[in-house]
Design a protein around this ligand. Structure first.
Ligand code: BG6
Length: 494
């Protein structure tokens, strides 16, 4: 019982963590270009300046409490280190990296286009040719190597100019700016790119609104409107792709983390149900085409006034996402007991208590052997849209051994569970999948901490937390393991 013929195997990356070349080729700055590095215990900071020239920084804490002071704008400041500026330098290493992906047998490569490389401030009418040409070289190389590109249009990197001028995605004017950007990209790469996703982890608008939507004032009102504006922009992108009729599928992308109740106390079960619905709301709108009533009731109770018109509702209904892409790294555990918070970690936050049955990495993310099977089942039975796992992987402080190699058997164990889980979901549970793009194809900067040492790649990159290193690429043991998995279409997991 193996994977379906044509199942896409590959890896994923994101421009702001990987690409570098932040001020080359006419690229404008992005929201992430003013974020410093942090660590497992110290949050990343967003730096800012005031009109009088004074500078400062605010911690980006998971949840919604990050805020730029009202009289300041996010900006680069002297002496701060910004890991997105160099990433792991895909901008200058793309040929070598795509060659490595091809040798591993990749049939898909998920990467993101930096909107500000195409429209430096987000508001130009004419695109930056150097930006379009860069991605064209990347895409052409993929196609020559039989690698299907899967492109994210915004992976946490709202153009900084839109953040400074409008306060981010809470402003409806971003909808048409994004739709224009999407249409330009679809047209330019028509016939070469068949898979796009619009917003990476769209539910970050709740948990990390600066990353998700460039929000500088993340009130509940602004987050609700920011999400709505992204829904509209996404639907307009779907419409533009279908009108172009170039065999393009435009998916959504959700951060999904199965949630367990700590006990069979009904209060814990209710807390789990509410937590799940809170996250799945985003897919209800994008994959299902309409707001769930529960969310509207919550908005009303919280005094949130959504700017939503009947035309908006028709747009969402008529142009839902073609497929559901999602990231899934771990599971989390919830208790309704407000006195217990063990600060359990996971993607975009995590649960409240630790899972005593599971091991964690140094950043507290648990390795759950069946997490993908659970996620795939929940999403398939609720939406009946083809599913694409566009992120899944293990962050680890890999070391180079005395023989110059990276023996990451812990990552192989993690990935083996993941592949087995997908196989079970397809063959036992009847789930339909497009493919699997693990995180990450090549080592890159961690999004949550800005560190280099939290590595996910199949390929090691010689670079440290402060940007030192030769950038030399070395395939890890997991690279060779994955090569065999792909060659046997998921049959040989040994
Ligand atoms: C997802 C993001 O949240 O998880 C990626 O889409 C990110 O950008 C990945 O890198 C892993 O998270 P982290 O914080 O360990 O880099």
């Amino acid at each position: 019982m193996s994977f379906p013929k044509g199942f896409l195997w590959g890896g994923a990356t994101a421009a702001n963590q990987y690409e570098g070349g932040f001020d080359e080729g006419g690229k404008g700055l992005t929201a992430v270009d003013v974020m410093t590095n942090g660590s497992a215990t110290t949050p990343r900071q967003v730096t800012w300046t005031r009109a009088d020239g004074t500078t400062g920084q605010s911690p980006m804490v998971w949840g919604a409490d990050f805020k730029v002071p009202a009289d300041a704008t996010p900006a680069m400041v002297p002496d701060a280190y910004y890991p997105s500026h160099g990433g792991t330098d895909f901008y200058h290493h793309y040929q070598e990296d795509i060659e490595l992906m091809a040798k591993a047998g990749f049939t898909t490569f998920r990467f993101s286009i930096a909107w500000s490389r195409i429209f430096p401030t987000g508001e130009e009418t004419t695109p930056n040719e150097a930006g379009l040409a860069f991605y064209e070289k990347v895409i052409d190389l993929c196609v020559q190597n039989h690698i299907e590109p899967c492109i994210t249009l915004q992976h946490y990197d709202t153009p900084l100019a839109l953040v400074q001028k409008y306060g981010g995605w809470q402003d409806r004017r971003l909808v048409d700016l994004f739709a224009h950007y999407a249409a330009v990209v679809f047209k330019r790469y028509a016939g070469k790119v068949h898979y796009y996703t619009t917003f990476n982890e769209i539910n970050a608008m709740d948990e990390a609104p600066y990353l998700g939507g460039g929000l500088t004032d993340p009130t509940p009102q602004n987050r609700a409107q920011g999400a709505h504006n992204q829904f509209l922009a996404s639907a307009k992108a779907v419409r533009a792709a279908h009108e172009l009729n170039a065999d393009i599928q435009v998916g959504m992308m959700l951060a999904y983390q199965p949630v367990y109740a700590e006990t069979c106390n009904p209060a814990d079960q209710l807390a789990v149900m509410q937590n799940m619905e809170h996250g799945l709301f985003y897919a209800d709108v994008q994959a299902g085409g309409a707001y769930p009533k529960a969310r509207l009731i919550q908005y009303e109770k919280a005094g949130i006034h959504l700017d939503i018109t009947p035309e908006d509702e028709a747009l969402l209904r008529t142009y839902p996402a073609d497929f559901l892409g999602f990231s899934c790294y771990t599971s989390s555990v919830i208790t309704a007991d407000p006195t217990r918070d063990e600060n359990a970690q996971g993607n975009l936050g995590g649960g409240t208590v630790k899972n005593p049955y599971l091991e964690t990495n140094a950043w507290g993310w648990a390795t759950d052997p069946i997490v993908l099977r659970l996620a795939l089942n929940t999403l398939w039975h609720r939406y009946h849209k083809p599913l694409f796992v566009v992120e899944n992987g293990l962050g680890w402080a890999d070391e180079v051994a005395a023989d110059g190699q990276i023996h990451d058997d812990y990552r192989i164990n993690y990935l083996r569970y993941a592949v087995q889980s997908m196989q079970d979901a397809i063959n036992e549970d009847g789930v339909e999948m497009i493919g699997y793009a693990l995180w990450s194809a090549i080592d890159l900067v961690s999004n949550g901490t800005g560190e280099m040492k939290k590595r996910y790649g199949l390929v090691y990159v010689d670079r440290d937390d402060w940007g030192n290193g030769s950038l030399k690429r070395t395939p890890k043991d997991s690279y060779h393991w994955y090569q065999k998995v792909i060659a046997t279409n998921g049959d040989d997991l040994a």
